[in-house]
Design a protein around this ligand. Structure first.
Ligand code: SAH
Length: 328
């Protein structure tokens, strides 16, 4: 629901003060799928709210369940659709949120880019993905959030900030449990740094040099590699926090000895750079995963560098990184 609109509507009614709080609390609890179920509210108010608002701005059109992931196709009010993923890590549940319908960046290895860009998601639509999952898994709850679904969160900046503010004020998910991934929108990396939050930042690097990066990520034509690294150094210098670099190994693209050498130089240049080495997830008409994953991992290990081979959940249901795509 649109928190601000509902709030101002409630203010216009002559209701006891605590009702507003109660309704917000009910909404954020994830316990209900409609206002009608909120039995702690007077019946008239329930009917009134149900008539004027919808509790969620999106509805489930399909749900695919895998061993440790669930992927939902969610239809928005204008009939466009997004995907949202729930990942079960055993000790906690993570929701992977979309920030846009489609994506304008068109990275060569990613399915989402292939559907083009439709529009930004509203703060309400980003938030409602969390509440959709919280309702689905109730009484369990989402412990972590990653903005790593469809779209580029830093190109939906204002709505992203509104979403983060509402999360902070209403949900029990600390900043350190939230991660945002960007393909490298440099001005926003500076702005994000200056916000001084404890939210984690991940950068989709995928190449250790300009030439390779611009082959697979058109955004690199707009933001040069050297400037990008400068912005990342600014981030780590000011936040003293680790910066996560995502690197999916792609056959014959970014997996040569030279790439490995440059990657090592980059990681050695800043000890707060933490590499997530990823197996490329298959995408229709896409590129091929590299067979050099172990070579990369062994060499990084020998050089005592900070990295991990990232566990990618949801491959068999096409719910993994870069596999999110909808038809409309
Ligand atoms: N636009 C943002 C947020 C998307 S996050 C960004 O680029 O960071 C999705 C993550 O999955 C990104 O790190 C992206 O580079 C990665 N990804 C895309 N396609 C992939 C694929 N086929 N295999 C593995 N990772 C992929």
């Amino acid at each position: 629901m649109d928190v601000k609109t509902v709030q101002s509507y409630l203010s216009s009614l002559t209701l006891p003060q605590y009702r507003q709080k109660q309704i917000l609390k009910n909404y954020f609890s994830g316990r209900y799928s409609s206002f009608l179920e909120m039995s702690d509210l007077p019946k008239g108010l329930r009917l009134d709210l149900e008539k004027n608002f919808s509790l969620l701005s999106l509805s489930e059109s399909k749900l695919v369940t895998d061993t440790d992931t669930q992927k939902a196709l969610l239809t928005l009010k204008d009939n466009l659709a997004i995907e949202s993923v729930l990942m079960d890590y055993g000790d906690w549940l993570t929701a992977c949120l979309s920030s846009q319908v489609g994506c304008p960046l068109n990275c060569a290895f990613c399915a989402t880019g292939k559907m083009g860009f439709k529009r930004n998601l509203t703060a309400e639509e980003m938030l409602d993905q969390i509440l959709y999952w919280n309702h689905k898994i109730f009484p369990k709850y989402i412990g972590r959030l990653v903005f790593m679904g469809m779209g580029e969160p830093f190109l939906n900046w204002d709505n992203l900030l509104t979403t983060l503010k509402i999360i902070k004020e209403n949900l029990d998910i600390g900043s350190r449990k939230i991660s945002i991934s960007t393909a490298g929108i440099i001005p926003k990396i500076y702005e994000f740094t200056d916000l001084n939050t404890e939210i984690n930042l991940a950068l989709s690097l995928h190449a250790p040099d300009q030439e390779t990066r611009q082959k697979i990520m058109p955004i690199a034509l707009q933001y040069h590699f050297d400037d990008l690294i400068k912005s990342l150094n600014y981030y780590t210098a000011h936040t003293r926090r680790q910066l996560f670099l995502e690197y999916a190994l792609i056959d014959n693209i970014n997996d040569s000895q030279d790439h490995l050498k440059n990657l090592i130089t980059l990681l050695k240049s800043n000890r707060l750079f933490y590499l997530n080495l990823i197996t490329l997830n298959p995408v229709k008409d896409g590129l091929n995963p590299s067979s050099n994953l172990n070579l990369f991992a062994d060499t990084l290990e020998k050089n005592h560098l900070n990295f991990s081979l990232r566990r990618s959940l949801g491959k068999s249901s096409n719910s993994a990184c870069g596999q999110l795509i909808t038809n409309n």
